[in-house]
Design a protein around this ligand. Structure first.
Ligand code: FES
Length: 102
């Protein structure tokens, strides 16, 4: 059974920014890229840096520590030193509420 968790307000994450949230024991990064929201695990699979602090370009986030890249839509790892993907999450926007569906 899926559950929805309201994690932030749309107005809290302006375009070009990201926010780290805690949901059901998971640390998740939510990104606003030109008004579209994406959610992946916040924890880099290489050495656990916070991906919400990374730079985003073309729907790819670059880890702030050693430069691994992850696809914001799928969580797929795109280059070394990360060899594992991060979890991607489904989001729902209702009015000003951003909800994660798990
Ligand atoms: S912690 Fe992310 S690339 Fe090393």
């Amino acid at each position: 059974m899926t559950k929805e968790f309201e994690v932030a307000k749309v107005s809290e994450i302006p375009p070009g920014s990201a926010k780290q949230v805690e949901v059901d024991g998971e640390t998740i990064a939510i990104f606003n890229v030109s008004g579209q929201f994406y959610a992946i695990s916040d924890t880099c699979t290489h050495a656990q840096a916070s991906l919400s602090e990374g730079e985003v370009e073309d729907l790819v986030v670059t880890c702030p520590w050693h430069g691994a890249k992850f696809d914001l839509k799928t969580g797929k790892n795109l280059c070394m030193p990360a060899v594992e993907p991060v979890q991607a999450y489904h989001l729902k926007i209702e009015d000003d509420a951003i909800k994660i569906v798990m």
